[in-house]
Design a protein around this ligand. Structure first.
Ligand SMILES: Cc1cc2nc3c(=O)[nH]c(=O)nc-3n(C[C@H](O)[C@H](O)[C@H](O)COP(=O)(O)OP(=O)(O)OC[C@H]3O[C@@H](n4cnc5c(N)ncnc54)[C@H](O)[C@@H]3O)c2cc1C
Length: 321
C-alpha cells in the first residue's frame, strides 16, 4: 500500500485547523486501508512548521522550503505537491477545499494524470480504493464517488474534528525545481464595511430565499436591530452583489459562533453550516421541510420567512417595550 499525503495549508504563519482535519481523515483511512500517513509543508522558512505538523499527526513530513514558495502560486505549489506525491508514492493526496486548495488541486491531479474528487465531506477506504461523499443540488442529495488508483481529493473545512493527538515523524527536505511562468505580485485586502460578525452575539442571516436585495434592509435587518444583533447572509446573496463579502457566513466567509443564529431562507449547504453550526442556539425558517438547515437547528419553523420574520420583529419590539 502507498501513503496518504496530507498537504498543509499555511495562513498568517500557522498551519490552518483545516489541515489537522485532513490529518484526522487521513489517519482513519490509513488504519482502514493499511496506508501510512505523510505530511507536506510548503513555504519559505517553514522548517519549524513542518516539525509541528510531523509531531501533531502527519507523521513523516516532506518540506519544500524556498523563497519561491513564500507566497501562494498555483504553479509553484502544484510542482511541490506533485514532487511530494511522487516521493511519498502517494495513493491519495488530501488538500483542503479552500480557495487555494480548489485552485491547486485540479492542477496536481492533471499533472499526476490521476483521479480527482472535489468538495467532499466524508471519505472511507475500500481496500486499495477510496470512497468519497459530496453534497450536490444545494445539499438536497449526497453523491458517493469511488476512485481507483492514485487520487487527489479536496475535503470541506469543518467536515470532521481536527486531529488533536501526537505522532512520531521526522521531516525530509525535498529539492524541487519551482520555476514558474507566473509570479506572485501582491495581496490586496478588501476594505472593511465595518461589519464584524465574529463579535456579534446575535446574527440574523438571510439567504437566496429572501429573493431581492431590498428585502434585506426591509425584512432581515429590522429583526437583527430589534435583537441588538447583526445581519448576515449566505454566499449567493453576496455573489449576487446584494450584500458585501463581510456579511457572508460560511467556509469562504466568516466563521461565527453567536449566542443566537437565525437563518431565514437558507437551505443549509455544508459550506454555510461550517460557518455557523457552532452557534449556541439556532433558529431556522424555511418553506422546505426537508431543508438540511433543520438538521442543525434547535428550533425549525417550516414557513414563509416573509410572514415569520416581520412577526418576530414586532414581537421582540413589543416585548422590549
Ligand atoms: C467552494 C465553495 C464555497 C462556498 N462557500 C460558501 C459560504 O461561505 N457560505 C455560503 O452560504 N455558501 C457557500 N457556498 C455555497 C453553498 O454551496 C450553497 O450554494 C449556498 O449556501 C446556498 O445558499 P442559500 O441557502 O441562500 O440558497 P439556496 O440553497 O438556494 O436556498 C434557499 C432556501 O430558501 C428557501 N426559501 C425560498 N423562499 C423562501 C421563503 N419565502 N421563506 C422561507 N424559505 C424560503 C428555500 O426552500 C431554500 O431552502 C460555497 C460553495 C462552494 C462550492
Amino acid at each position: 500500500m502507498g501513503t496518504i499525503l496530507v498537504v498543509a495549508e499555511i495562513s498568517k504563519g500557522a498551519i490552518r485547523e483545516a489541515s489537522y482535519e485532513l490529518v484526522a481523515i487521513a489517519r482513519e483511512l490509513a488504519s482502514a486501508g493499511g496506508h501510512e500517513v505523510n505530511g507536506l509543508v510548503i513555504g519559505s522558512g517553514v522548517g519549524d512548521l513542518a516539525k509541528t505538523f510531523a509531531g501533531k499527526g502527519a507523521g513523516k513530513t516532506y518540506v519544500v522550503d524556498s523563497a519561491a514558495a513564500a507566497n501562494y502560486n498555483p504553479e509553484v505549489h502544484g510542482k511541490a505537491i506533485k514532487a511530494a506525491a511522487k516521493a511519498a508514492n502517494a495513493s491519495l493526496v488530501l488538500i483542503s477545499n479552500t480557495p487555494t486548495g480548489w485552485d491547486v488541486a485540479p492542477r496536481v491531479a492533471a499533472g499526476l494524470d490521476c483521479a480527482f474528487v472535489s468538495d467532499c465531506f466524508k471519505a472511507s477506504a475500500a481496500g486499495a480504493d477510496f470512497n468519497f461523499v459530496r453534497r450536490v443540488f444545494n445539499g438536497k442529495l449526497d453523491a458517493e464517488i469511488s476512485s481507483t488508483g492514485q487520487t487527489v481529493a479536496t475535503i470541506q473545512p469543518g467536515a470532521v474534528s481536527a486531529f488533536a493527538g501526537t505522532s512520531d515523524g521526522a521531516t525530509e527536505a525535498l529539492s524541487v525545481d519551482l520555476g514558474a511562468k507566473s509570479k506572485f505580485v501582491e495581496i490586496k485586502i478588501a476594505q472593511s464595511t465595518g461589519v464584524d460578525l465574529t463579535k456579534a452575539d446575535v446574527i440574523v442571516s438571510g439567504g437566496r430565499g429572501v429573493g431581492a436585495p431590498e428585502k434585506f434592509p426591509e425584512v432581515i435587518q429590522p429583526l437583527a436591530d430589534a435583537l441588538g444583533g447583526a445581519m448576515g447572509a449566505s454566499r449567493p446573496v453576496v455573489d449576487a452583489g446584494w450584500l458585501d463579502h463581510p456579511y457572508q457566513v460560511g467556509s469562504s466567509g466568516q466563521v461565527v459562533a453567536p449566542k443566537l443564529y437565525i437563518a431565514a431562507g437558507i437551505s443549509g449547504a455544508i459550506q454555510h453550516l461550517v460557518g455557523m453550526k457552532a452557534s449556541n442556539f439556532i433558529i431556522a425558517i424555511n418553506k422546505d421541510p426537508d431543508a438540511p438547515i433543520f438538521e442543525v437547528a434547535n428550533i425549525g419553523v417550516v414557513a414563509d420567512l416573509f410572514e415569520i420574520v416581520p412577526a418576530l420583529t414586532a414581537a421582540v419590539k413589543a416585548a422590549k417595550g
